[in-house]
Design a binder for this molecule. Structure first.
Ligand code: GSH
Length: 206
């Protein structure tokens, strides 16, 4: 059976768990990361020299990097659904995975770390303010895309929604100001109607 290492509070583990749940793939999960340790143990470093989560073992095939894991699992188990078959439709979805990592994550993550994982006296509120502006600018691009389509790449949930949906949850649960983004609001509602999203992503921030 597929094995996944990683704690459920990690956004990168959430992406993998959500994809697995959408495709109803059975798996065994092993706690790892932060309070659970494990990531510096020799057996783990031999699989993932970054000492990061998630890592999967699929019948001897070891893979790390959350987006690569989601792409791999979708290609294997979700061809034609999560992983669009048509090359252009696939690229349309896939680009949002890169965009989430390169454009959303650099602004959302410092806000999350300051407000959720840092003691009040250690918070850099200037960084929170600056990165909140940048994250909201990025989310406004998503809001505009979603004016014309229910999911990032069209009518159905694809790999393009997996990192995006995880970041949208995080952003909406952070105590920050957000501009009106009606299409993004509707997207978040739409995602919440999916049992797999509720189970894997809607975990209180900690
Ligand atoms: N680019 C990597 C980043 C992995 C990463 O930074 N994971 C974090 C959790 S979201 C981690 O391992 N943190 C250390 C820990 O939990 O001990 C990926 O997408 O998988």
């Amino acid at each position: 059976m597929l094995k996944l290492w990683g704690r459920i509070t990690s956004i990168n583990v959430q992406k993998v768990r959500w994809a697995l749940a959408e495709m109803a793939v059975p798996y065994e999960r092993v706690e790892a990361g932060m309070e659970y340790g494990v990531v510096n143990e020799p057996f783990y470093k031999a699989m993932n020299p970054n000492s990061r989560i998630p890592t999967i073992d699929d019948d001897g095939f070891i893979l790390w990097e959350s987006n690569a894991i989601v792409r791999y699992l979708a290609a294997k188990q979700g061809a034609g659904t999560l992983s669009p078959a048509n090359a252009r439709a696939h690229a349309d979805a896939d680009r949002w995975m890169d965009w989430a990592s390169t454009t959303l994550q650099p602004s959302v993550t410092p806000v999350f770390w300051n407000l959720i994982r840092s003691a009040p006296e250690k918070r850099n509120m200037k960084e929170v303010a600056d990165q909140t502006v940048k994250a909201n600018e990025a989310f406004q691009i998503v809001d505009q895309v979603l004016a014309n389509r229910p999911y990032m790449a069209g009518d159905n949930l694809t790999i393009g929604d997996i990192p995006m949906g995880a970041f949208v949850h995080r952003w909406y649960k952070l105590p920050v100001e957000r501009p009106a983004m009606p299409h993004l609001d509707a997207y978040f509602e739409r995602l919440q109607s999916r049992a797999a999203y509720r189970e894997a992503v809607m975990i209180p921030l900690s």
